[in-house]
Design a protein around this ligand. Structure first.
Ligand SMILES: [Zn+2]
Length: 312
């Protein structure tokens, strides 16, 4: 049945202490608890003798070719961690790419994370094109974003009603408060303020689910706008700040850095028509070094200033 697995388990297992070193780093940064799970990470020679891709991943898209360097067999199976890395690919990779590859497979396997479209993300399917400045930093952010979704369920069943008087007298704990303008907060309070995990729904239909501090969104959170846009990412004092992914109702998508509600820093902006800009931004505009690729594949690579190509 599992011909790929059978074959792969009959082949020689190569030894590389770097595998365990990277694995231990992954466990430490992610906080993943392997208790009760069998864990196997093997460096082997992949038998490319039949079309195992369609059998195991259900994909025959050649875009995924880079992903063939590794395979997370334990994905969707929480009783085990089972990752295979192709030895002949491994030996060609530099230190950073090895880490990228193993993190990628472990994120599939341990956290059941799927591929994403942005090359800024370690779960980008074409691993060789994935750009990460600081891998460990990137890893912990992605994990926070992914795991944050699990918190939602715990927040939405809070039935204890909180009054303004309770807040004034410094209420701490869980509860729901409803305002006269139709706004509603359900979540955790500390000393009379929104603090911890909580959901705020506005009468307009907009909604924020995530972390709070001092009555403001601070930390990880998802904002769904009434007009159809959605932002998943980091917040500071109710402003998008840090790293996040923004999906526009018109089909545009951005993933990357924010500062004080503006696109600022490294990021990837993909327009609904397929054009993409990958590079630096300042104050919501392309600014600095970047590559603009249109849907046909034409490229402009170079410096940008205030949203425009900087012709010298
Ligand atoms: Zn993958």
């Amino acid at each position: 049945m599992n011909s790929f697995l059978t074959k792969v388990n009959q082949t020689r297992v190569y030894n590389d202490p770097l595998i365990d070193e990277i694995y231990q780093d992954f466990l430490r940064i992610s906080g993943f608890n392997i208790e009760g799970q069998d864990s196997t990470i093997k460096l082997v020679e992949f038998p490319y003798v039949f079309d195992w891709r369609s059998e195991y991943i259900g994909e025959s898209n050649l875009d995924n070719l880079n992903d063939l360097m590794g395979l997370a067999v334990g994905m969707w199976d929480d009783s085990k961690i089972e990752v295979y890395i192709n030895h002949s690919d491994w030996t060609l990779l530099d230190q950073k790419s090895k880490r990228k590859l193993l993190y990628h497979e472990l994120l599939h396997d341990c956290f059941n994370l799927e591929h994403v479209d942005s090359s800024c993300d370690i779960m980008f399917k074409r691993l060789n094109s994935c750009i990460n400045n600081n891998l460990d930093d990137n890893l912990s952010r992605i994990l926070k974003l992914a795991l944050h979704n699990d918190d939602k369920k715990n927040i939405e069943n809070i039935t204890k009603m909180i009054t303004e008087e309770m807040l004034l007298s410094g209420y701490s704990g869980k509860g729901t408060i409803i305002y006269l303008d139709g706004g509603k907060y359900a979540g955790e309070f500390k000393e009379g303020l929104f603090d911890g995990k909580g959901t705020y729904s506005w009468a307009s239909g907009s909604k924020y689910i995530g972390e709070w501090k001092d009555n403001a969104s601070n930390g990880q959170g998802t904002y769904t706008y009434f007009h159809g846009d959605k932002y998943i990412g980091e917040w500071k004092d109710s402003k998008k700040n840090g790293y996040g992914a923004y999906t526009y109702a018109n089909g545009d998508k951005y993933i990357g850095a924010y500062k004080m509600n503006k696109i600022h820093g490294q990021g990837s902006f993909t327009f609904a028509n397929g054009d993409n800009y990958l590079g630096e931004f300042k104050n919501d505009k392309r600014d600095g070094y970047g590559v603009y690729t249109n849907a046909k594949g034409d490229k402009y690579e170079g410096e940008w200033r205030n949203g425009k190509q900087n012709s010298q």
